[in-house]
Design a protein around this ligand. Sequence first.
Ligand SMILES: CC(C)(COP(=O)(O)OP(=O)(O)OC[C@H]1O[C@@H](n2cnc3c(N)ncnc32)[C@H](O)[C@@H]1OP(=O)(O)O)[C@@H](O)C(=O)NCCC(=O)NCCS
Length: 203
Amino acid sequence: MRRNLRDYGILPTIKKSLGGIIRPLFYRRTYLLYKTDIRKVEFPNNLDSNFQFRFVDIGERSIISQIVEMEEWLEMRLDEILKGGGKCLVALDDAMVAGFNLISYDQIHIPVVQYTAPLGPDEAFSEQITVSVAYRGHGLGSKLRYKLYKDLFEGERYIIYGATDVNNKANLALCRKVGLDVIATIKYRKWLWIEKTTRVPSE
Ligand SMILES: CC(C)(COP(=O)(O)OP(=O)(O)OC[C@H]1O[C@@H](n2cnc3c(N)ncnc32)[C@H](O)[C@@H]1OP(=O)(O)O)[C@@H](O)C(=O)NCCC(=O)NCCS
């Protein structure tokens, strides 16, 4: 509830809470799938900042636990993603994680809408980007994206995908800023025990 209030605002949070009551009967989530070809994105010349940007090693447990504290859903997934070849770019303010962007290379997987799609050899999927509340709104999310684009480009992975709840205004604003375009809407609907996921391409 606190996270929803913080990230989505009061109305979507009330809607979500009411939705929780009827959830066993009917449940729906709508996500937007976005994508860019980083060869076409114009990077700003100056990406200097007071943060230290680097990729995390799976053995760095104090960093990993800060990441999990920021995004609880990663508790079961983060090690799995890193062991599977994924990478997590962190922005450190001394020893504190100010933000991170976690990516994987094997597939697009969005558990909340039960959507999975394969990735090609030059593609990547952004599992999660999060900036700690105290650091939001000062350009750190954008810097994480651009630094990641640079690394992907150097590794000859040119296409990056990501996904976000349709109500996530902050992330959609960030997407617009860093050249990520919405390419499809993914709707998950569940009536009693009948589940359905549909993908509708954007025009
Ligand atoms: C999405 C998120 C990473 C953005 O990080 P950030 O450091 O605040 O992003 P930036 O400061 O680089 O902002 C990028 C753009 O988004 C805009 N923006 C940021 N927060 C906004 C908000 N709450 N509402 C509207 N626009 C917003 C900024 O104004 C900026 O655009 P501009 O430069 O044209 O003004 C951060 O809000 C967050 O961690 N949210 C919770 C986790 C999440 O939802 N992750 C996405 C799903 S994986």
